[in-house]
Design a protein around this ligand. Sequence first.
Ligand SMILES: [Zn+2]
Length: 155
Amino acid sequence: MALLSTDKRHWIKKAQEAFNGYIRDRDSGLPCVSCDRSEAEVNQSEGWKPGGAWDCGHYLSVGSHPELRFEPLNAHRQCKSCNGGSGNYTRKNHQVAAAYRAELVKRIGLEKVEWLEGPYVPKKHSIEDLQAIAAEYRIKRRELQKGHHEDIEYA
Ligand SMILES: [Zn+2]
């Protein structure tokens, strides 16, 4: 059943779709953040998957850190195989998380990784906040697609 537009979950979903799409485009051309396989290699082995080969993978998960669900430093393009299909406590998941962290330190620096790891004051998003986030990331993504960027901006 479709969610009503008065339901906050509807707007969380809209904002997350816009944000995730932006992240996938922002990191276009980069290898997977956690297995380091190249774009070509991942496309070849996983391109058949519904929704394509790539996800927006959160370093600290949306479930455990909902306040970081729209934080661009916390989200990077990840192959579907790394992002899904393993439980939170499986051996594979630990390896993926450790590799993600190592790559994140290279991409954004240890200081920002440690900032993500907190502690910090959790954010609560109102419906208006969520609408603004959805609009912001749709615009950012359109700008990326027009090629109005040179270096990746994480904020
Ligand atoms: Zn991967």
